[in-house]
Design a protein around this ligand. Structure first.
Ligand code: ADP
Ligand code: ZN
Length: 760
């Protein structure tokens, strides 16, 4: 077996000698304090590497992380201060997590403390969250004759009732109150007499505690599932293996995850399952909890801080050995990691857009290398980069080309909306979709309607002069929300009354264009009065449990039609859904982004995959203005390989990733001149850099200093220095870009981005 990380071992390594000092990284994210500071460990304080401590720092007291223990130091004694206290009785950071933080620091060029912060729940910092405890009561050990004891309290009937209640075993204060009503006074007296003992115990705040669990029996595996697992099991044994699992929608990937995780647990190891947006997929949590029970922990951002803290500690203490969660769960404090699974690996939610920026898939791969674990990336529509790597042999490709139990792929019908228009149909539903919906409702089944935009109309425009109403803060067209009869900016939330006349030409032909979820909902209500429908988008899911509520209502059949944005595209498995309608497949295709075709293919394929997942066959109607586009064509056949081939040709021809990298320095400033000047300064710096490194300039295919595609967001002007770099960009170039972004550019913010999720 390879190297195991073990805290005790590290302590032993740091010398049986007297620990006298420690090196600490303080909780201040600033370049100038991005180094360790040495403190004295006072007598009697037991510290380990990874323990969080409170230390004096200048006039302040700050939190910090112990990085290393020392038996001696060269620093003058007089200059060294004492550690004030340990914040927890255990190291919050495991040794391998500290190494991971170092790696992230090097990769994203951030202060170490920013990387360390990723490893613990945010609310642990500053002591904003604590353990919750509960009082318990028990009969004292000394009591031998309970009847005599009760008799001794003859004149206090309540005390007698308490003693009798505790005869059956310890009770929490809460339960005791239920049984005897207001026990306070009597209880205190019994404790004082030494007849009852009080103690406190931790109460864990568990998410989804009230979720009903169905007992699920393991289905016999399909042939494809067996074949795939036959490759995964030996890798788990060996603590190795990088897999890309490409399985069509409904091929039963989840069951593969379950079996792999279980094998991992049997071997005494732990596992992490990443899902793109777990808050949106309560179904995922449900299967997970019914299969793994107490062994499983759930980590994501919609948990309360208390729940997150408690789940994190259950993992840290080894009580929960499987973690399911969103992006940040890749930092779960598991020991003896055996497996990381990344479900829907193509999703952009795996890229963190806050500093330090990271790609959860890369972090997962790094952890697996370091901790000798198996990595499985899985998707019905793998990202271009991942599939290319698998074809090159960097990962082992596993394929599940068929749905389980011989269920057919849904049949997809493409509807050319140009012809609908020519035929005089101006409504948002084509004749074909209308008819399919009618049939589906008549059969008593359920349907899902997908549209990429929320709101009612996506823009408001003057017919005469072409003026489009934009957000004054953001330079983005505003969306009309009919329920509130107001226009909203989806970037900053600003609101505005729609104009009666055109602000540009004073014309009176202000019109509303583009369909959003609200419009689809209204059209459904009009066409199917009496049939209950639900709408799921950012507007209807603001509260903590909204996703869960909406989906479980749909799951129970309380609604027959579910209308939604991307939120309904992935991972959902409703057996009664036999019809899926894609209302406007082109809305993503026309985005000014080189990934528009990939995104469209993924969305249409994934949405279509929601249909016909049980016995009844599925039908999909895709409405589009570009029925001949290769991404629409391939999606309609669920033909990933065909799409991949065409798309790679396109990417190679235009030198887009994975053949090149798109990097930019994005400048934001409330003052346009400042933004422009900063851009010039940055350009000068890069010019000088390339002058010193002519070899690196050879990678530059294109350089552009311009306004960003969206020039104004939230009142900030945006400019960019954009580079297209051939192949894999040189580390020095990335380092330089990152360095420039960290300089204090007065009145302007600079961000360094490499292949960012959004190029706006
Ligand atoms: P995917 O994630 O690949 O789209 P799922 O894992 O959601 O597909 O599986 C699709 C459906 O098939 C689910 O309803 C699941 O319960 C069912 N299923 C998976 N494996 C089996 C099996 N071996 N036997 C019977 N049903 C299965
Ligand atoms: Zn705005």
């Amino acid at each position: 077996m390879g190297k195991r990380y073990n805290i005790l071992q590290i302590i032993a390594e740091s010398g049986g000698e007297q620990v006298a000092y420690c090196e600490v990284i303080v909780e201040i994210a600033h370049e100038q304090v991005d180094r360790v500071f040495t403190y004295r460990v006072p007598q009697g304080l037991v510290l380990q590497p990874g323990t969080r401590v409170l230390v004096p720092f200048g006039p302040r007291k700050v939190e910090g992380y112990v990085i290393r223990l020392l038996s001696q130091t060269d620093l003058p004694e007089a200059r060294i201060k004492d550690v004030l206290s340990a914040l927890e009785g255990y190291p919050a950071l495991l040794p391998h997590m500290m190494e991971l933080a170092l790696w992230i620091r090097d990769r994203s060029h951030c202060p170490l403390v920013e990387a360390l912060r990723l490893m613990i729940p945010a609310q642990m910092r500053g002591g904003r969250i604590r353990e919750r405890t509960q009082a318990w009561y028990a009969l004292s050990d000394g009591i031998e004759d309970i009847d005599a004891c009760v008799e001794s309290q003859r004149r206090a009937p309540k005390r007698q009732r308490i003693l009798r209640a505790l005869q059956g075993g310890p009770l929490s204060g809460e339960l005791l109150a239920q049984q005897v009503g207001e026990p306070g006074e009597a209880l205190r007296a019994l404790c004082e007499q030494g007849l009852v003992e009080r103690y406190t115990e931790e109460v864990l705040r568990r998410p989804y505690a009230e979720m009903e669990l169905r007992a699920i029996q393991d289905p016999p595996l399909t042939e494809e599932q067996q074949r795939v697992l036959a490759e995964i099991y030996p890798a788990l044994e060996g603590g190795e293996g990088r897999f890309l699992l490409h399985g069509v929608t409904g091929s039963g990937k989840t069951e593969v995850y379950i079996r792999a995780v279980r094998r991992c647990l049997q071997r005494g190891k732990t596992a992490i399952v990443l899902v793109p947006e777990i808050a949106l997929t309560p179904q995922m949590v449900e299967w997970f909890r019914s299969r793994f029970g107490q062994e499983g922990a759930v980590l994501h951002s919609r948990l309360t801080p208390g729940q997150r803290f408690d789940e994190w500690r259950r993992v840290r203490r080894g009580e929960a050995r499987v973690v399911i969660g969103a992006r940040s769960a890749v930092f779960a404090p598991t020991e003896d990691l055996g497996l990381i699974i990344v479900d829907e690996e193509h999703e952009t939610t795996y890229l963190s857009d806050r500093t330090p920026r990271y790609d959860a898939r890369e972090v997962a791969a790094n952890r697996c290398d370091r901790e000798e674990a198996t990595l499985i990336l899985a998707s019905a529509t793998p990202g271009m980069g991942s599939f290319a790597r698998a074809l090159e042999g960097d990962m082992t490709l596993l394929e599940m080309p068929n749905r389980v139990l011989g269920r057919p792929m849904p049949s997809v019908q493409l509807v050319d909306m140009r012809e609908e228009l020519r035929g005089g149909n101006k409504s948002i539903f084509s004749g074909a979709l209308m008819e399919a919906l009618r049939d589906c409702m008549r059969r008593g089944e359920q349907a899902m309607l997908f549209i990429n935009r929320r709101g009612y109309n996506t823009f408001v425009k003057c017919r005469e002069c072409g003026y489009v109403v934009k957000c004054a803060q953001c330079d983005i067209s505003m969306t009309y929300h009919q329920a509130s009869q107001i226009m909203r900016c989806h970037y900053c939330g600003a609101q505005k009354e729609p104009p009666q006349t055109c602000p540009a030409c004073s014309g009176v032909s202000i019109r509303y264009f583009g369909a959003g979820t609200q419009m689809v909902e209204e059209a459904v209500k009009k066409a199917f009065p009496g049939i209950p429908a639900l709408r799921m988008d950012n507007d209807t899911t603001r509260s903590r449990d909204a996703h869960y509520d909406l989906l479980s209502r749909f799951g129970k059949g309380e609604a027959r039609i579910l209308i939604g944005t991307q939120m309904i595209a992935k991972g959902l498995d409703f057996p009664n859904v036999t019809l899926v309608g894609v209302v406007a497949a082109d809305s993503t295709l026309n985005l000014p982004d080189y990934r528009a075709a990939e995104r469209t293919f993924q969305l249409v394929t994934q949405v279509a995959g929601r249909a016909g997942r049980a016995q009844a066959p599925g039908q999909v109607v895709v409405q589009t203005y570009e029925p001949d586009h290769y991404c629409i064509q391939a999606a309609s056949r669920q033909d990933y390989r065909a799409f991949f081939a065409e798309e790679m040709t396109f990417r190679r021809r235009l030198a887009y990733p994975p053949y090149a990298a798109l990097c930019r320095l994005l400048i934001e400033s409330p003052d346009e001149d400042t933004a422009r000047h900063t851009l010039q300064a940055l350009q000068g710096q890069m010019e000088a850099f390339f002058h010193r490194h002519p070899g690196l300039r050879g990678q530059v295919l294109m350089e552009e200093a311009t306004e960003a595609p969206v020039k104004l967001i939230r009142g900030k002007f945006r400019y960019q220095l954009f580079y297209k770099l051939a192949g894999k960009p040189a580390e020095e170039t990335l380092q330089k870009l990152s360095e420039l972004s960290r300089i204090d550019w007065q009145r302007a913010q600079v961000y360094a981005e490499v292949n960012p999720v959004s190029m706006m």
